[in-house]
Design a protein around this ligand. Structure first.
Ligand SMILES: O=C[C@H](O)COP(=O)(O)O
Length: 248
């Protein structure tokens, strides 16, 4: 059995309104997955920006090596570049280790490539200069295969033009937010088909599969394909080789 724990970004991104909880009860859910990540040695916990400071303190208090990641511009990605950078800077001040930006994929689909290029370069530069890992969520369920190929190709070439080869291990293209609303029945998260395209065209960057990964076997297959990180709200079940139906 493969030990998948070091690939897992254990995720809790619901807002209180999405889980019918008070703010403190919602934070409690984030705290629970953090303790679970610490006890099970997962790689990272992925939580909303306003929880970063307190979650980092908990991890530090435990003396654990679990990293803290947060989402920027979540979940539609349409925030301005300025707002994304402001949110990212605050998360860095609060002690975050990894920044998962949502790409302005609506701008990309409208052909406004300069917006996407600017946010990719500025957002990545901010993170790398502070020693952070940076990921760009492209929201594959909103894109055609051709669009996935194109955006991954852009990221690959912008990265090679603007950053050093040593940085490529710290820049990821990530599949999904897990929150995108699709037509009935269509998956809103990572599919093997889309991951294959991402792996092929994002090189030399890394790929993170997130959204709808619900079984150990799916996770292992993606890792064997070349994915370097799995984002999932079912980390514990996956690590124990149990499948789950839990969804956002
Ligand atoms: O970053 C997004 C989540 O990791 C994916 O969510 P999910 O596992 O609940 O579908």
């Amino acid at each position: 059995m493969m030990n998948i724990k070091k690939y897992l970004d254990s995720t809790y991104l619901k807002l209180p309104s999405q889980s019918n909880l008070t703010e403190e009860q919602n934070f409690e859910e984030a705290r629970k997955i953090t303790e679970e990540a610490i006890n099970n040695h997962f790689y990272l916990v992925m939580i909303r920006p306003n929880y970063v400071k307190r979650i980092k303190e908990i991890i530090t208090k435990f003396g654990s090596e679990v990293k803290v990641g947060t989402v920027i511009g979540f979940h539609e990605g349409t925030y301005s570049i300025k707002d994304k950078l402001t949110e990212a800077k605050k998360a860095i001040e609060d002690g975050v280790d990894e920044l998962d930006y949502v790409v302005n994929y609506e701008a990309f689909k409208k052909g406004e490539i300069e917006i996407v290029k600017k946010e990719f370069i500025e957002g990545t530069t901010l993170g790398l200069n502070k020693g952070k890992v940076v990921k760009w969520i492209i929201e594959i369920a909103a894109l055609s295969d051709e669009q996935i190929q194109t955006i991954c190709t852009y990221f690959s070439s912008w990265a090679q033009e603007n950053f050093k080869p040593i940085d490529f291990q710290n820049i990821f293209v990530k599949s999904s937010t897990g929150f995108y609303k699709t037509e009935d029945g269509k998956p809103n998260g990572a599919t093997f088909h889309a991951i294959e395209i991402m792996l092929k065209y994002s090189k030399p960057l890394q790929v993170k599969a997130a959204g709808g990964v619900r079984t150990y076997d799916e996770a292992v297959k993606m890792i064997e394909m070349g994915v370097k990180r799995i984002g999932t709200s079912s980390a514990k079940a996956l690590s124990e080789n149990k499948s789950t139906n839990s969804t956002y």
